[in-house]
Design a protein around this ligand. Structure first.
Ligand SMILES: NC(=O)c1ccc[n+]([C@@H]2O[C@H](COP(=O)([O-])OP(=O)(O)OC[C@H]3O[C@@H](n4cnc5c(N)ncnc54)[C@H](O)[C@@H]3O)[C@@H](O)[C@H]2O)c1
Length: 255
């Protein structure tokens, strides 16, 4: 049976990395993105990768595109939900519409793609459901509040979804990477980049490292994907010593 992979945000970054990796193994890959040139770059050199221009916040458009993918390629066997934006800023200074927009894309998009794709996987009793949260889904910091709120929401939604559909044959993963070298970071840097993410603290890993970790985590039957040891330790520290982390954040930011 052909692997049919649907990747939101497949026109860039980690979505692109996953798309090209799965296509290289013979999968049919559907990309949903608002970035058409990006999708064309992802698909370059592969006959089995096709882009759909879909705004993930539009539920009707998402459902219609999912139906087209299944008509073209067959039942979806893997979902990677990568679409996101990352504008940073202090919450009282950030544009109201931007704070709402990032929730609509980063969290609302997950809700839409889940309701469009997961019922089919559950009915078939198989599939991989991969949701991209972040270390930001565990650790709030100064200037990242709007984005972090979206990632807390993604983590809570995905964790509940997993528990509501345990043992149905679908494998679930919630990905919590540290900073990754993709174009997403540019959005943060062009807005109001926190000092906490400068230098060694903001050291990036490569998109391929994250996709390796996703596959290894699914194969081990685990849910949370921490691509580095430091990411795992950071989350552990936040859970045990939130005040200690806040103290460090204030010291570093200087307010
Ligand atoms: N890069 C990082 O440092 C990092 C770290 C942790 C988690 N993440 C998460 O990993 C995921 C992938 O991030 P990335 O770094 O590959 O990002 P990226 O910016 O490289 O790619 C994101 C893609 O989402 C698309 N997108 C934006 N709005 C959309 C919309 N309304 N509808 C459809 N597509 C839309 C963009 O056009 C882009 O192609 C995101 O959920 C991100 O929050 C990223």
């Amino acid at each position: 049976m052909t692997d049919v992979v649907l990747i939101t945000g497949g026109g860039s970054g980690m979505g692109r990395e996953a798309a090209r990796r799965f296509a290289g193994r013979g999968a049919s890959v559907a990309l949903f993105d608002v970035n058409q040139p990006g999708m064309a770059e992802t698909a370059a050199g592969f006959d089995t990768v096709r882009g759909w221009s879909v705004d993930i916040t539009d539920f009707e458009a998402v459902k219609a595109a999912v139906a087209e993918v299944e008509a073209a390629f067959g039942d979806i066997t893997r979902l990677y939900n990568c679409a996101a934006i990352m504008p940073f800023g202090r919450l009282l200074e950030q544009d109201n519409a931007i704070i709402h927009k990032q929730m609509a894309i980063n969290y609302g998009g997950l809700v839409n793609i889940t309701q469009a794709v997961l019922p089919g996987m559950v009915a078939r009793g198989s599939g991989d459901f991969v949701s991209f949260a972040s270390m930001a889904g565990w650790i709030p910091m100064l200037k990242t509040g709007g984005y972090t709120a979206t990632k807390f929401a993604v983590r809570a939604f995905t964790e509940t979804l997993w528990h509501e559909n345990m043992n149905c044959g679908v494998r679930f993963a919630c990905v919590c990477p540290p900073p990754v070298a993709t174009p997403l970071l540019k959005q943060g840097k062009e807005s109001d980049w926190p000092k906490m993410l400068e230098g060694e603290r903001g050291k990036t890993i490569e998109p391929g490292d994250v996709i390796d970790a996703v596959e290894a985590t699914l194969d081990k039957g685990k849910f949370f994907v921490y691509p580095t040891r430091d990411a795992k330790i950071g989350v552990f520290m936040r859970r045990l010593f939130p005040n200690l982390i806040w103290k460090q954040v204030h010291e570093v930011e200087g307010f």
